[in-house]
Design a protein around this ligand. Sequence first.
Ligand code: SF4
Length: 467
Amino acid sequence: MAIHEACGVFGVVCPEPADVGRIVYYGLYALQHRGQESCGIVVNDDGVFASHKDLGLVGEVFNRDILDRLPRGTMAVGHTRYGTTGAASRRNCQPIEVNHQKGHMALAHNGNLSNAAELRDKLELSGAIFHTTSDTETIAYIVTGERLTAPSIEEALSRAMKCLEGAYSLVLMSPQKLICARDPRGFRPLCYGRLPDGGYVAASESCALRAVGAEFIRDLEPGEILIFQNGEVTSRREHCGKYRPTPCIFEYIYFSRPDSVIDGVSVHAARLRAGELLAREHPAEADVVVGVPDSGLDAALGYSRASGIPYGIGLIKNKYIGRTFIAPGQEHRLDQVRLKLSAVEETVAGKRVVLVDDSIVRGTTSGRISSLLREAGAREIHLRVSAPPFLNPCYYGTDIDSQENLIACCHSSEEIARVIGVDTLGYLPVSALRQLTGSPFCCDACFTGHYPTTVPSDLRKDRFECC
Ligand code: SF4
């Protein structure tokens, strides 16, 4: 599995000066799965911003000294990032900080604007000079431009939202306010909760609220803007109901943590359901059901429960392989998958195995996992995938790639099974996706090609990076 979500956002506001940098640090740790390339924290100390951002995991970028050097304050925002072009760069680290005519702001963004190229071209033609390749800077430019005539930063953001298309969950900090916004289609999640001391936190996922001891209040509605100021929370809904919400279905299948609840639906429960539906659609004569860690485990449990085939721990993941892991070069002839995963012989030897994974992109990783199981003595392998085949790129903040890199675009299921080396292969049908969340609407464009927005005319996904 080689798909990446492209960012997690977190914000906190407290009634009195507090160690808000540390609160964000713990929140970002819980959102690490949403982005492992870079991270950053900006603290608001009575209107003065102090920040630390760098390439690396949260645990690599921040240490005790760095956290101690961040001042106490009443607000802070943070970000974990995965850039989609691979050009890891410090200048693209977030939150972005901007000085403008009416003050300054820090902005953290999860998502990708589907009209980013068009907006950036327009800004560049009017003289704007960009310092990053991320579309978050485009959002910052438009908001600060609107702020010149708008009576408040939230009004400027609301005006900016009229021209933004695509996916954006934002956490914005001004000297006086913390502001959160979710795009009118609600592609990416965003929720908020209350801290025991009366403060508030906002985060991409509810797991990050729990991590800092906050009580979940609710998800932001698609199109909603929330303003936190002087202990009050104000909601603006002028962009709500503008479009039919189309939250990303792949958040449930793969991106989000299973202990998160998004728009009222438990990610763990959605994955169990995917496994159950998969068992009904693609039954198999088998002895054991094995999930590919981590995000295939819940669906494997669902498959096992629905089919009555025992669940087994057949693959173990090395949890300590992170971004800094030095991949073996050609001369070592070592397989990266082998270093990350190993098969449990006890579970699979001599058995007919149902292997459950959350997706197949190029097929390379699935092929290596099937080899591991064969070497450990698996007699048969029946691969079941808890998502439909990827047929289209994503323009809303993930790195699901162009069609030439998606194996399902040019091979039938039988051909893919042969390439991967499994006996049978079954995908979750598109028609089952709605049952995962119980909602009749979601974005499933990477499976169906039905994009909820117009997609860029320049189909090069890497023209700009997303966040
Ligand atoms: Fe999610 Fe796929 Fe839609 Fe992208 S295209 S937002 S990954 S469902």
